[in-house]
Design a protein around this ligand. Structure first.
Ligand code: HEC
Length: 119
């Protein structure tokens, strides 16, 4: 029984650590790739809407931010999969969105999305 618990720890701990590292790396990547347009530490809007609590949020729903009609009418609720699709090619998911930056690297997208999930 003891052995089983140990085996569980040995397999689960590294996964947890990797997740924490991803989120830390994701924070840095977020600042580099998204920070010029999006706030996350505050709810101030910039070129883009703030992204605090974006996972589970309805697209186009931040008070006081002037979204494209495309984003407002998209009917999306942001989750990890939708964010991944959006970041890969925003216009492919939300035709006519004003966010045009594409993020081609899957590992970078994942790190950023993991970080978003912590805020
Ligand atoms: C050059 C500016 C710019 C950069 C860089 C940028 N975005 Fe955006 N983003 C925008 C704008 C503008 C909108 C609003 C789009 C619209 O209304 O169609 C937006 C919208 C979004 C939305 C929808 C939010 C909502 O409230 O529905 C998400 C999610 C998002 N961006 C995530 C990101 C992430 C993550 C990154 C970095 C990997 C990023 N963006 C980089 C400008 C940017």
């Amino acid at each position: 029984m003891k052995q089983l618990a140990l085996v569980t720890l040995v397999t689960v701990l590294p996964a947890l650590q990797a997740h924490a590292q991803d989120a830390a790396g994701g924070q840095k990547l977020f600042q580099q790739r998204c920070g010029a347009c999006h706030q996350i530490a505050s709810t101030r809007n910039g070129v883009g809407p703030h992204l605090q609590g974006v996972i589970g949020r309805a697209a186009g729903s931040v008070e006081g931010f002037r979204y494209s009609t495309a984003m407002q009418g998209s009917g999306i609720t942001w989750d990890a999969a939708k964010l991944d699709t959006f970041l890969t090619n925003p216009g492919g998911l939300v035709k006519g969105t004003r966010m045009t930056q594409r993020f081609a690297k899957p590992d970078e997208r994942k790190a950023i999305i993991d970080f978003l999930a912590t805020r």
